[in-house]
Design a protein around this ligand. Structure first.
Ligand code: HEC
Ligand code: HEC
Length: 338
């Protein structure tokens, strides 16, 4: 099971149904609340198709309905008779869904190539992508977003056998356009295809040979960012307007340019990182799209919230950006609206 994304349970049977998004499967696990979890037994396992995300149980506790997103269908799963009494060590049959309902959708949101890329991005079963079947792009970029983590990434140079290490906050992988901003915090990639193949080979351990990097790039270019925050009460939108003004007056917009909030250039604006392997002299200005939901902030994930980030944010010429408490609150309200 890879990419557990949804669960359903029935207290009457102690069975927990777990949807594995990247393994395209549903596992039914018997969990005795009194026994240690090591004793849990998978009593049934279903192949359900790609992009499985949600599950509900019927009142009988033995039938489940699964939303299989990328296949645009709902699968009905029925527990085989006697499945709940399977003991550990027994062979587990993988069953197909008993019935599927399909809904017809047009290619309205993503082109056919990007839909293909979305499947690869979230596929833990393709050995050219991920030989161990555990980690895939979607593991760290759920729905092409981010996992709110800073990762310590190691790569070895085959010729010198030296190992390079870096700690980097996962950025989002939606609306990826290297023409707006080169990719990675240090801007090392100017092509999505290059980034994709290198990531498959260095990070996931796959060969990437039969994987179409163009499809993954198309998905990352097309998939929408989360929508801007709804404008709430009038007082809130007043604060947003004041915040926008303070944002421009303080010089933020010279680097965080409209419309996405990045000039695509490297700047040295944070003090040296306190985390080992997290140093970076100059980071490419990050986009501010949906920045409200992207804590922790900074290339090393040092700031738990926007206030903490702004307290450490330099002006790019060796000085610190100074905002009065009122301006800082207004700027945060403005960023919260993006
Ligand atoms: C272990 C978690 C992890 C996995 C798995 C992963 N990424 Fe990332 N991704 C990261 C981190 C961390 C960075 C930042 C790296 C850096 O800046 O040096 C990143 C950066 C990126 C970026 C650059 C975004 C930007 O704005 O600069 C893209 C695009 C991306 N990843 C796509 C992918 C694709 C495609 C895959 C699968 C082939 C993938 N990632 C797998 C963690 C991950
Ligand atoms: C000199 C260019 C420059 C100016 C001016 C500037 N920024 Fe930044 N900003 C950056 C860079 C570069 C980073 C990434 C720094 C890092 O992570 O090492 C960044 C990071 C951020 C982040 C974190 C985003 C994330 O995804 O982690 C926010 C929020 C932000 N800036 C807001 C502001 C605000 C508000 C102002 C004005 C008060 C401002 N910036 C002024 C270049 C600039």
């Amino acid at each position: 099971l890879s990419g557990p994304v949804a669960v359903a349970s029935d207290p009457a049977t102690d069975l927990v149904w777990v949807v594995g998004e990247f393994s395209h499967s549903v596992s039914v696990v018997a969990c005795d609340p009194a026994a240690p979890s090591a004793h849990s037994v998978t009593v049934a396992s279903f192949s359900v198709g790609e992009g499985a995300r949600g599950i509900v149980l019927a009142p009988d506790g033995r039938t489940a309905y699964v939303d299989v997103g990328f296949d645009h269908q709902v699968a009905e799963l029925r527990l085989p008779d006697g499945a709940s009494s399977v003991a550990s060590g027994d062979a587990i049959e993988r069953a197909e869904p008993t019935r599927v309902g399909r809904r017809k959708v047009e290619d309205r949101y993503l082109s056919p190539l990007a839909q293909q890329g979305r499947r690869m991005f979230n596929d833990g079963t393709n050995t050219h992508l991920t030989p161990f079947g555990v980690v895939t792009c979607g593991s760290c970029h759920p729905s092409a977003g981010d996992d709110a983590m800073a990762w310590r990434i190691e790569t070895s140079d085959e010729t010198t056998r030296e190992i390079a290490r870096k700690v980097r906050r996962t950025p989002t992988a939606w609306q990826v356009d290297p023409a707006v901003k080169p990719l990675h915090w240090d801007g090392e990639f100017t092509s999505s295809d290059d980034l994709t193949l290198t990531t498959i080979q260095r990070l996931l351990g796959g060969d990437g040979l039969l994987v179409d990097a163009r499809a993954i790039s198309a998905y990352m270019a097309e998939v929408a960012a989360p929508p801007a925050a709804p404008t709430g009460a009038a007082s809130a939108s007043k604060a947003v307007v004041a915040g926008r003004k303070a944002f421009v007056d303080a010089g933020c917009a010279t680097c965080h340019t409209d419309p996405t909030g990045t000039d695509g250039k490297p700047h040295d604006v944070l003090s040296p990182s306190s985390a080992p392997d997290a140093g970076l002299d100059a980071a490419i200005t990050p986009s501010l799209t949906a920045v409200r939901g992207r804590a922790p902030y900074g290339h090393d994930g040092r700031a738990p919230d926007l206030a903490a980030l702004l307290d450490q944010h330099g002006d790019g010429s060796g000085g610190t950006i100074r905002l009065s408490p009122e301006e800082r609150a207004a700027v945060i309200a403005y960023l919260g609206s993006r």
